[in-house]
Design a protein around this ligand. Structure first.
Ligand SMILES: C[S@@+](CC[C@H](N)C(=O)[O-])C[C@H]1O[C@@H](n2cnc3c(N)ncnc32)[C@H](O)[C@@H]1O
Length: 368
């Protein structure tokens, strides 16, 4: 049997030391996540923005009302967040009034975390991704792999699936609702800004957004395409939180039981929450709700097609892989094209079209 020392003997000293640094980066990845969560909760992106787009440590501390004794720790937090490109850093001239102080700025990632009166940016989405209810079960992932009982990692940890817990736990329900609401506004902004929605929504007379949360997408479609009659089908506890709205009809129900009739059914960020057999059932209910292809019937899915997308290649591969593994906690997952095709055919659909225009995500039109 090889001794540990023998493993080391197979490596150069340079490889051992580089490997050690790489292991630190992988193992402390969660520290990076927690630093991001901390920055959002302290309001650092907004503080930099309202300081004119750049702030020294002192300026940041005063904007977020940090106790003075914590100032040296704030520098350490910002060091991790600049190394990981959440924030930028540059230095003022040494002869300036504050003698070459570091100035922290926003990057394209942290700019998305700046909220205003009309929108929280994507901060609530990132908070949902880091919600302890979802993050904590990951520490039991290896036990789950070795245990064949038909339950998700989330169920193994909480004793119930996410929708059951969310129905009782107002904080988790709000975390899902607020996170998905800001994601929906983000997607609508991109869709409408680039005129991409025209191809998908023009010609649709009525649309039901299934699992449509508190209605952000439906409201966006109703506002941009006044000819489309929009409704949302959701679980009763979600409908109870939805803001009253004249343009969108809310229907409380269960997508596994019944979907109200419409020309088109929209499923945004829904299918990746479910196993293949469950997706087939949802799609069969969608098929009952829409007219034939010739009469304009279609299902519109907004989700990932793993391997496709418009984001830069390396970012796309890593973001899609991480998203997929994240969803494994609730027995969901992202799908490659052939996996999508299989469930479409099994649910009785005749064809589909992928429109990969949403960064790491795509729009998929599915035809009866
Ligand atoms: C990940 S969220 C997506 C919300 C919304 N489509 C969006 O992208 O903002 C999934 C939604 O599916 C809803 N949902 C879960 N089970 C459902 C069911 N059986 N019938 C209807 N909606 C359901 C949840 O309440 C939740 O709002």
């Amino acid at each position: 049997m090889a001794m540990t020392g023998d493993i080391y003997k197979l490596m150069t000293t340079e490889d051992m030391l580089q490997g050690h640094a790489e292991l630190c980066i992988h193992a402390y990845g969660f520290v990076k996540s927690m630093a991001l969560k901390c920055a959002i909760e302290l309001g650092i992106p907004g503080a930099i923005h309202s300081n004119g787009g750049g702030a020294t440590l002192g300026e940041l501390a005063s904007r977020i009302a940090l106790p003075p004794s914590r100032l040296p720790r704030l520098r350490r937090l910002m060091r991790v967040l600049t190394v990981s490109s959440v924030f930028s850093i540059h230095y003022r001239q040494p002869d300036s009034a504050d003698g070459g102080a570091a100035v922290y700025g926003l990057t394209r990632a942290s700019r998305l975390l700046v909220g205003d009166e009309t929108s929280p940016g994507l901060s609530h989405l990132v908070s949902l991704m880091l919600d302890p209810n979802l993050a904590a079960p990951f520490s039991g992932m290896s036990s789950w792999f070795m245990d064949e009982r038909p339950r998700s990692i989330f169920e193994m940890h909480h004793g119930e699936d996410i929708w059951g817990v969310a129905a009782r736990d107002v904080a988790l329900s709000r975390s899902v609702g607020d996170g998905m609401d800001c994601d929906s506004r983000f997607v609508m902004e991109v869709l409408l800004r680039e005129g991409l929605g025209r191809e998908v929504f023009s010609g649709v007379g009525s649309l039901v957004d299934v699992g449509g949360g508190t209605g952000a997408v439906a409201r966006g479609i109703a506002a941009a395409f006044p000819n489309v009659e929009c409704s949302v089908l959701e679980l009763p506890h979600v409908i109870a939180e939805a803001p009253a709205d004249g343009d969108v009809r809310f229907v409380a129900g269960d997508m596994f039981e019944y979907i109200p009739p419409a020309d088109a059914v929209l499923l945004k960020s829904v299918m990746h929450d479910w196993r293949d057999d469950e997706c087939v059932k949802i799609l069969q209910k969608c098929k009952e709700a829409i007219p034939s292809k010739d009469a304009g019937g279609k299902v519109i899915i907004i989700n990932m097609v793993v391997g496709l997308g418009t984001s830069q290649d390396n970012n796309r591969k890593e973001a899609q892989g991480l998203y997929d593994l994240f969803l494994m906690v609730i027995e969901g997952g992202e799908r490659e094209e052939d996996e999508w095709e299989k469930i479409f055919l099994e649910a009785g659909f005749s064809g589909y079209k992928i429109i990969p225009v949403l960064g790491i995500r795509s729009i998929i039109e599915v035809y009866p």
